[in-house]
Write a protein that binds this ligand. Structure first.
Ligand code: ADP
Length: 543
């Protein structure tokens, strides 16, 4: 028997329309590439999004067309998210940190016809020059007075909006219509495209609002350092207006001092980003001797938040939410917005919870399996590959049958490539990526655990644990370390520091010192590049 309820399709533009009506006082604060601070409301933004939709139509953008962006976090990028999907086209966000070859690959693979670019990134397109598709038109995201000199044939964003009506008659379409396209950073092989739908993005926004809503009353200021150019900025451009929070967009200022200054002057309560960004902010907090005014909450994800980082924030009264997810999951799968009883625990106990990646969000299911595909118990000890399914998880990759076929198990669950445990209370603990686990004598060592323990030593700024070949043990762990100061702790000192958390055989056999570690386009330590960069390094016993 069918129910008797309206079947209204989920539509992204409805989020902004709602915010314009229900949260007219909230909006967007942006540090612009022009250098100043810009303020707008969701009501004003809704009108400009209407103007932009008219402009897109005038440029000939039709339903299903891919429109690319190459931009920082700012109000114009936000407007593009809504206008492009609002007319039934697909917003293809491009990561400006991609190598030239990969950028050309995604532009061609997506068959983008139009690209919106911040002035900062225009030189990237100019360098690609004649390799760009001939019919690709370029719009520079600034006003007439700030248009830069360029050899490219370009249009001006604000000039396109000028004179357009703010009222737009938004079309209605199937909620499974494609709305966004984001490629994985392609650490191996070509980048693979996740094609989000209106339904998946709206549902994902509900999922985020459900975990973060209780912490973020209307009008609260939230700062996404996580970029709009990758994984939908963790869904904040949708969940933010839905909750009625004001988004503070940092533009190009992602270093510690710039973030501190913006957070302090805007009194940002909650800031979201990857661990490497917080290292910069924590250094600035240490230099200033105080946290930014109003700062009380931080979401850390994208790679494992080191325990020492969680501790530093918690000690200054900033509550940490550790989150886990991936591009293919829209992206959030687990969230560590812990209940008040956990937040009230003594620090060490609280850290035990927060070091884990939180619990599944509504709409996402987990299973962990062994190598034979047999399900493992959620007992906090059994580690296996994590598979997921849910309402906002990819069912395949855009125009890539091969990768699509390889991504799912026989039951249709998506293989994350992560190894995890799940405890009786539902807390997920990511042990490693399958490919980064260190195999020693038939046993596994978690590189994340080693890194966490080493990074809690005051002499270690950042480090990566990797396995190197060993004739007897197959692999042995070594640490690649960037020192925090002048003093470099010895291997024996590090062992003494790490020993309480490990069996003797799990401790690293060597320390390699570096001035910095190679990063991926999404701000994570690139272990692939790191291994390649070690050249003819040999395990100490093999020298
Ligand atoms: P890419 O960098 O390839 O584009 P994503 O941004 O989708 O990929 O990253 C997804 C992966 O990042 C996960 O599969 C996991 O390995 C890692 N990751 C994300 N969040 C966390 C976390 N909180 N702890 C540990 N690993 C994480």
């Amino acid at each position: 028997m069918q129910g008797l309820m309206m079947n209204r399709p989920m539509s992204i533009i409805d989020i902004l329309k709602y915010a314009a009506e229900a949260h007219p006082d909230a909006g967007i604060v942006s540090r612009r590439t022009e250098g100043d601070i810009h303020r707008t409301s969701y009501r004003e933004t809704y009108g400009r999004v209407g103007q932009l939709a008219h402009a897109l139509k005038a440029l000939g953008v039709g339903e299903g067309d891919r429109v690319a962006t190459l931009a920082w976090n700012g109000y114009r990028h936000f407007e593009l998210y809504y206008a492009i999907s609002g007319i039934g086209a697909v917003c293809h966000t491009i990561n400006p940190r991609l190598a030239a070859e990969q950028m050309l690959y995604v532009i061609n693979h997506a068959a983008d016809t139009l690209i919106f670019v911040d002035t900062t990134f225009l030189p990237i397109l100019a360098a690609l020059g004649e390799h760009l598709p001939k019919d690709l038109r370029i719009v520079v995201m600034t006003d007439h007075d700030h248009m830069p000199e360029t050899p490219l044939d370009v249009l001006c964003y604000e000039s396109l909006l000028e004179g357009q009506a703010s009222q737009y008659d938004w079309p209605e379409f199937d909620e499974n219509t494609a709305a966004g396209l984001c490629y994985t950073s392609g650490t191996t092989g070509h980048p693979k495209g996740t094609l989000y739908t209106h339904r998946s993005n709206v549902l994902h926004a509900f999922m985020i609002a459900l975990v973060m809503g209780p912490k973020l009353p209307q009008g609260t200021k939230v700062l996404p350092v996580v970029p709009l150019f990758h994984v939908n900025a963790w869904g904040l451009p949708y969940a933010g207006p839905m909750m009625g929070v004001t988004l503070v967009m940092p533009g190009p200022g992602l270093d510690g001092p710039s973030l501190f200054e913006l957070m302090d002057s805007e009194e940002v309560f909650s800031a979201w980003g990857v661990p490497t960004v917080w290292m910069g902010l924590l250094a600035e907090i240490a230099a200033q001797g105080r946290p930014p005014k109003g700062f009380g909450d931080v979401v850390i994800g994208g790679s494992a938040a080191p325990r020492s980082m969680i501790e530093a924030f918690e000690e200054m009264g900033v509550h940490v939410n550790h989150a886990w997810g991936m591009t293919e999951m829209s992206p959030i799968g687990a969230h560590g917005a812990v209940p008040p009883a956990v937040q009230a625990l003594p620090l060490e106990d609280r850290l035990d919870y927060k070091q884990k990646q939180g619990r599944r969000v509504f709409g996402v299911e987990f299973k962990i399996v062994d190598e034979a595909g047999t399900r493992l118990p959620h007992d906090g000890a059994s580690a296996g590959e994590l598979f997921v399914r849910g309402n906002a998880i990819a069912s395949g990759y855009f125009d890539n049958p091969e990768a699509s076929a390889a991504a799912f198990d026989a039951e249709g669950w998506f293989g994350t490539g992560d190894v995890a445990t799940i405890d009786e209370n539902g807390y997920l603990a990511i042990q490693d990526r399958v490919k980064d686990l260190i195999k020693s004598g038939g046993e596994w060592i978690s590189s994340i655990d080693l890194e966490n323990a080493a990074m809690s030593h005051p002499g270690v700024a950042i480090c990566a644990a990797i396995g190197v070949a060993h004739p007897k043990w197959d692999e042995r762990p070594v640490l690649v370390v960037v020192a925090a100061g002048e003093e470099r702790p010895s291997l024996a000192e590090l062992h003494a520091h790490m020993a309480p958390h490990f069996a003797r055989w799990q401790l690293p056999d060597d320390v390699i010192w570096r001035d910095s570690l190679p990063m991926t386009a999404t701000g994570k330590v690139s272990k692939r590049q790191l291994r390649a960069g070690l050249g003819d390094y040999r395990h100490p016993e093999l020298r």
